[in-house]
Structures are given as structure tokens and as C-alpha cells.
Design a protein. Structure first.
Length: 120
């Protein structure tokens, strides 16, 4: 038989685990489709066709232009620009996960990992 103190510890343990689960699922930011209403810092995704890919002159960063999208996609060299450049080509259909950022008063999508660019 479980003693009174053991029951209390068990209830507290269950409550702690439930609190962690609720905290994890309640505060994890879910990616939504990018729109002109997306705000800086929002976690978003876009799907489309690669219209252009260009390495920057300085820094070896990659800038992508995607169909039906009025915003550029930026991938820094530290986040896999070369890897993405080698694996995708103009005309590929892709899904890109990233965050909305602002560069020179213009919104852009920043990719944090090469794995966030996937062919469809």
C-alpha cells in the first residue's frame, strides 16, 4: 500500500510533468504561411518555384527569388548557403521554413538551416 507521503510526491510529480507538457505545447511557435501581414520575427513557411538563385558578391550568402512571392529568401553562409545552392536549381518546387526579418526597410525571409529548404 502506498503511504500518504508517497501519494503526495506522486501527485506533485504528475503535476510537474503535466506543467512541462502544457508549457512546451503552449509556447512552441507554429509556422504559418507567409503573407504580407506577417510580422518581423514570425516563424513562417513558403512554397513555390525557384525563379532565381544568386550568391552575394560579399560573404557567400544566398538570395532566392520564389514564384508568387514579393519577398526575397536569405540564407547566410553559416546556415548552409553553399549546400542549398548546390542542391536546388531554377525551376525546382520547394518548401522553405524561416523567420520574417527586415533588411533596409524591406521584409525578407531568413532561413536558419539548410534543411529548412526542401524540394517538393
Amino acid at each position: 500500500m502506498i503511504q500518504r507521503e508517497e501519494k503526495i510526491v506522486l501527485v506533485l510529480l504528475v503535476m510537474a510533468v503535466l506543467s512541462l507538457i502544457i508549457g512546451y505545447f503552449g509556447f512552441v511557435q507554429v509556422a504559418s504561411a507567409y503573407s504580407s501581414d506577417s510580422n518581423v520575427g514570425d516563424k513562417i513557411y513558403v512554397e513555390g518555384t525557384i525563379l532565381q538563385k544568386q550568391m552575394t558578391a560579399k560573404g557567400d550568402n544566398l538570395i532566392l527569388t520564389i514564384s508568387n512571392l514579393n519577398v526575397k529568401v536569405f540564407i547566410s553562409r553559416d546556415n548552409g548557403a553553399n549546400e542549398v545552392y548546390e542542391t536546388i536549381k531554377k525551376g525546382d518546387k520547394v518548401r522553405i521554413d524561416g523567420k520574417v526579418a527586415q533588411y533596409k526597410n524591406t521584409k525578407e525571409i531568413v532561413v536558419e538551416n539548410a534543411n529548412d529548404v526542401r524540394k517538393l
